[in-house]
Design a protein around this ligand. Structure first.
Ligand SMILES: Nc1ncnc2c1ncn2[C@@H]1O[C@H](COP(=O)(O)OP(=O)(O)OP(=O)(O)O)[C@@H](O)[C@H]1O
Ligand SMILES: [Mg+2]
Length: 247
């Protein structure tokens, strides 16, 4: 069965998520947000800055349990997560950063992962010695090292220059195709979502909910003209949702 037609791996039905702030009313980040991602599929959550994307990922990762609703994770539920900031341990070199996150991984497995992500020559470098692009790759290696059932990537390409973003994007696309790990990528960039995902969840401004779900035909192989057409369709969906919200 194709990944997009498989059983649900991730089923998210959040009624409400509020952030409680000292000295102010609670801030509603998510409301009535529903998304379902089939086993082995890559989903992209696309939404404007500040709409609640990272909040959503933290709930799915179980880092924040203060919400109403329910989240069902894939069987076994082993998570790999790469945060918006790479969050490597500054006093450990790259191979140790990966090994510490995945104590069950053998040193050969860690070395193979670093090789796959083009990091072998940086294995003994410290995070402070790496560019942002390399640090992002290291964070990705760390997330993959745990052999996740669900991989969560928060803005994996943000703040990279165009060439580096494209290179890392292609690497992530290859990893998704090879490993078939159920993956949820958060991004504010529609083009990035179309290049990486099987399914795209378009979020509203805060409080975020899913405005529309788009299936990408020929994921990660879509010819440029078709990708542009899909992008135009997604933008029209967003514009029409905005128009009806203003009525
Ligand atoms: N711990 C927190 N306490 C209070 N408010 C928070 C907290 N975390 C996030 N927020 C607020 O919730 C809203 C959603 O934040 P979130 O970081 O989830 O958005 P985002 O879509 O990931 O944004 P970006 O595109 O900038 O990464 C924002 O208004 C943010 O200021
Ligand atoms: Mg964010």
């Amino acid at each position: 069965m194709s990944p997009a037609g498989g059983a649900a791996a991730l089923d998210v039905a959040i009624t409400a998520k509020d952030h409680h702030r000292a000295g102010g009313p609670p801030l509603r980040a998510l409301e009535n947000l529903r998304l379902v991602l089939p086993m082995g599929a890559a989903g992209a959550v696309v939404g404007p800055s500040g709409c609640g994307k990272t909040t959503l990922l933290r709930l799915i990762a179980g880092l924040d349990r203060d919400f109403t609703g329910r989240i069902t994770l894939p069987a076994h539920g082993r998570l790999g997560m790469a945060f918006q900031e790479p969050r490597l341990l500054p006093w450990r070199n790259i191979q140790d950063n990966v090994a510490i996150a995945a104590p069950e991984a053998t040193s050969q497995e860690v070395a193979a992962l670093l090789d796959e992500l083009g990091l072998s020559e940086h294995a003994t470098h410290f995070p402070g010695e790496l560019s942002l692009g390399l640090a992002r790759r290291a964070a990705l290696a760390r997330a993959l090292a745990v052999k996740p059932d669900l991989l969560l990537l928060d803005e994996p390409l943000v703040s990279l220059d165009a060439a580096l973003a494209r290179e890392l994007r292609d690497r992530i696309a290859a990893l998704i195709d090879e490993r078939r790990i159920t993956t949820l990528i958060v991004t504010h960039d529609l083009g990035e979502a179309i290049a990486l995902a099987d399914k795209i969840f378009l979020l509203s401004p805060r409080p975020a909910h899913v405005l529309a779900t788009l299936d990408v035909p020929a994921p990660r192989k879509l010819p440029r003209a078709d990708a542009e057409a899909l992008q135009a369709q997604a933008l029209e969906t967003l514009a029409s949702a905005r128009r009806s919200a203003q009525k």
